[in-house]
Design a protein around this ligand. Structure first.
Ligand SMILES: C[S@@+](CC[C@H](N)C(=O)[O-])C[C@H]1O[C@@H](n2cnc3c(N)ncnc32)[C@H](O)[C@@H]1O
Length: 252
C-alpha cells in the first residue's frame, strides 16, 4: 500500500517534471495515456462504466498517475449531478474520458447528453474508445479543440438538444482558461438560471486565482460551495472542487 502510494507520487512528479510538454500537449510524454486505453480495453468489462472507472483508478494508483478527477473527488461530482439532475451538459477538458464516463453513467434524464471539449487529438481518440468501451457513446460527444475556438459547435449542440443553455458545466481544463471560458459561457447566454458550474482543482496549490476571486466577489451571480479534498490519487496534496449555482441578474 505504502509502496503503491510512493510509486504514484513518483509517477506524478515525473509528469510534473515534463510540465512544459504536459501543458502544450495534454499528455505526460511517456505514452501512459495510450497504455491506459490498452489496459482498459483488455481488463474492464465492456458496457460497464463502473468497471471502466475502477480500472482507470487502479491504473492511476498502481501504474502511472493520471490527471482524472479520480475516486477521491469523484463522489463530489456524483453528488453534484444528483443535485442538479441535468439533461444538457458541457465539459471543458476530456483528457482520457474518466470524468465523461463518470458523468454520463449518471444521467438520469431521458436523452441527456454531455458535450466534452479536448484540445489534444490523441486524447480525443483515447477518450472516445474508453467511452465506447463503457457503453456510453450515445451520451457523450467528444469534440477536438478549444472551447473558445469552437463556440459555434457548442451553440449547434444546444440547438440540437433544444435547449437555450447548459444545465451543468464541468470545468477541468488548463487553469488560465477557467475565467475567460466561464465569461464566454455567460456572455453567450449558455448558462441559465439555476445552471450548475462545477470546477475541479480549486484547492490552495493549483487553483486559478482569478476564477477563485471571481467566485468570492460575485456571490449574487454564482452561489458557491467549496468541497475540500486532495488531488487525484495523492493523499498529501490538498485540493478542492467548487460547485456554484448560476443566477441570472433578472432573477436576483
Ligand atoms: C485535468 S485534464 C481533464 C481531466 C478529465 N476532466 C477527467 O477528470 O477525467 C485537462 C485536460 O484539458 C485539456 N485542455 C487544456 N486546455 C484546454 C482547452 N482550452 N480546451 C480543451 N481542452 C483543454 C488537456 O489537454 C487535458 O487533457
Amino acid at each position: 500500500m505504502a509502496l503503491a502510494a510512493l510509486s504514484t507520487t513518483f509517477s506524478f512528479l515525473k509528469a510534473m517534471m515534463n510540465m512544459k510538454e504536459l501543458v502544450a500537449t495534454g499528455q505526460a510524454g511517456d505514452g501512459r495515456e495510450k497504455a491506459l486505453l490498452d489496459h482498459v480495453v483488455k481488463t474492464a468489462e465492456k458496457g460497464n462504466p463502473m468497471s471502466v472507472l475502477n480500472v482507470m483508478d487502479d491504473y492511476a494508483k498502481n501504474s502511472s498517475w493520471l490527471m482524472n478527477i479520480g475516486d477521491g473527488k469523484g463522489p463530489i461530482l456524483d453528488n453534484t449531478l444528483k443535485k442538479y439532475n441535468p439533461r444538457v451538459l458541457l465539459e471543458l477538458g476530456t483528457f482520457c474520458g474518466y470524468s465523461a464516463v463518470r458523468i454520463a453513467s449518471q444521467l438520469h434524464r431521458d436523452g441527456g447528453k454531455l458535450l466534452s471539449f479536448e484540445m489534444n487529438a490523441d486524447n480525443c481518440n483515447i477518450a472516445r474508445q474508453i467511452i465506447e468501451h463503457a457503453g456510453l457513446s450515445s451520451e457523450v460527444v467528444v469534440v477536438e479543440g478549444k472551447f473558445n475556438e469552437r463556440l459555434e459547435l457548442a451553440k449547434q449542440f444546444l440547438e440540437e438538444m433544444n435547449s437555450p443553455h447548459f444545465d451543468f458545466v464541468f470545468i477541468d481544463h488548463w487553469k488560465d482558461r477557467y475565467m475567460p471560458d466561464y465569461l464566454l459561457l455567460k456572455e453567450n447566454g449558455m448558462l441559465g438560471n439555476g445552471s450548475g458550474v462545477c470546477a475541479d482543482n480549486m484547492g490552495p496549490i493549483m487553483a486559478p486565482a482569478d476564477f477563485r476571486k471571481y467566485l468570492k466577489t460575485h456571490p449574487e451571480e454564482l452561489e458557491t460551495s467549496e468541497f475540500k479534498s486532495s488531488a487525484e490519487y495523492l493523499w498529501w496534496f490538498p485540493d478542492s472542487v467548487t460547485v456554484s449555482t448560476f443566477k441570472l441578474p433578472s432573477q436576483l
